[in-house]
Ligand binder design. Structure first.
Ligand code: URA
Length: 436
């Protein structure tokens, strides 16, 4: 068995065996298969795909590259949530403390920014001092004491996903159904969950824009979850415009704080509550959806979700003073406002372009391992269906690099369409699937 032969076989659309898949991942982790060979392998998978069995094996190989966390000693159900990636998708940061404040145990393993989409870990790290890694003992202690933890892949937890994810981010190999499936499910299965809610994004800002392929991804995720004996519900939700109004790491934390104070944008709150409701049902904490929903709104409005978020941030080393006074965190040095070219209604938003624009501004990466700028990003003042007047501000760009701001400004020209008559806002929740 050689790396060359395995890459060639996948390139030629042959089916790989358990031995070959484990060999390729293990040798990569030992440094004996190089980044360029893994990149070629990922591109071969991107074009040829993996069958169900190969996808299961790749998930297992990722999972076995590190340790797994056993939380069986905790009596309540452990339920996690994950999104396939979107622009302005900050739901996890609101949902995890919200669900925990309602009694769900939430052992969450998240990812960094990927391609044009932001990542929960980068957003959390924009809170000064917040640490997304730690020992497994610390993770377990946190789960026992406060019922929620938000960590990243590390040298202990699914290290294969950490290394391969960083490579996919810069080699245009993100939008592959089997690679997304293995990446998400290995992280989720490593943390001792009983159930999982998956938010599969569909639309022009998602990795899988078309509904039929998004459904295929949803079914793949459910299949792998079931193979490991987990309850999985998937939601197919719209990414035809960003969620909420802010895109970028610290900007998104600000918006999460608004939500946790009961003052968040409607679409973001609606989706967060929908997914948290499902977590409560999977955790057997509620039978009736309407009751669970009511409890979610109550926890957002009465401060209990915010209290849990502050506990979480404190436990992971973050500065909660700054969260209580977010205005003390300065803004980026440079900003630019884009205005509407005519009167009318916003009819379309190029969400992918906004995501790429935010990466240019410094909120994401073009090279594996490069640092992100916590303050860089975008503020979207108008969403689909909103009326606009000529000259009104529709988008604000922020960066600490003037050249980046100028480049993004060119990229983001015409990021939306304005038409003379009103349009309907895209339906947020398109489908719910829990069985295949
Ligand atoms: N989220 C992940 O964790 N992995 C992917 O590949 C895509 C989204």
């Amino acid at each position: 068995m050689t790396p060359y032969e395995i890459i060639r076989r996948k390139r030629d659309n042959e089916t790989l065996s358990r031995k070959e898949i484990f060999y390729f991942v293990d040798e990569f982790m030992r440094g004996r298969i190089k980044d360029y060979q893994m990149s070629a392998f990922l591109m071969a998978v991107f074009y040829q795909g993996l069958n169900d069995e190969e996808t299961l094996l790749l998930t297992e190989a990722y999972l076995r590259s590190g340790k797994t966390i056993n939380l069986d000693h905790l009596a309540a159900r452990k339920i996690d949530k994950h999104s396939t990636g979107g622009v302005g998708d900050k739901v996890s940061i609101i949902l995890a403390p919200l669900a925990a404040s309602l009694g769900v145990l939430v052992p969450m393993i998240s990812g960094r920014g990927l391609g044009h989409t932001g990542g929960t870990l980068d957003k959390l790290e924009s809170i000064p001092g917040f640490k997304v890694t730690g020992s497994i003992q610390r993770f377990k202690k946190q789960m026992k004491e406060i019922g929620v933890a938000m960590y990243g892949q590390s040298e202990f937890l699914v290290p294969a996903d950490r290394k391969i994810y960083a490579l996919r981010d810069v080699t245009a190999t993100v939008d592959s159904i089997p690679l997304i499936t293995a990446s998400i499910m290995s992280k989720k299965l490593a943390a001792g969950i009983d159930g999982l809610v998956l938010d599969v994004k569909v639309g022009n800002g998602s990795f899988i824009p078309r509904m039929t392929r998004a459904e295929q991804l949803a079914r793949n995720l459910i299949r792998i979850g079931q193979a490991f004996g987990k309850k999985v519900t998937t939601y197919l939700t719209s990414m035809d415009q960003p969620l909420g109004n802010k895109i970028g790491n610290w900007l998104e934390i600000e918006e999460c704080l608004d939500c946790l104070k009961g003052e968040g944008p409607k679409d973001l709150v609606e989706l967060t509550v929908e997914l948290t409701t499902e977590m409560m049902i999977l955790a057997d904490l509620e039978k009736k959806r309407s009751v669970a929903k009511k409890k979610c709104f109550q926890a957002l409005n009465d401060g209990s979700a915010l209290k849990k978020f502050l506990e979480l941030v404190k436990f992971q080393g973050g500065n909660i003073e700054l969260l209580l006074h977010p205005e003390r965190v300065g803004t980026a040095s440079y900003s630019k406002k884009l205005t509407a070219a005519k009167d009318g209604f916003i009819s379309q938003i190029d969400t992918y372009r906004l995501g790429v624009g935010s990466v240019h501004l410094g909120a994401g990466r073009f090279h594996a391992g490069s640092k992100v700028d916590p303050q860089a990003g975008l503020i979207l003042y108008k969403k689909i269906g909103d009326p606009v007047k000529k000259g009104e501000v529709i988008l604000e760009l922020r960066s600490n690099k003037q050249a980046a701001l100028e480049e993004a400004e060119i990229q983001l020209d015409h990021f939306c369409k304005i038409q003379p008559t009103g349009v309907r806002t895209p339906e947020l929740v398109r489908k719910r699937l829990s069985q295949i």
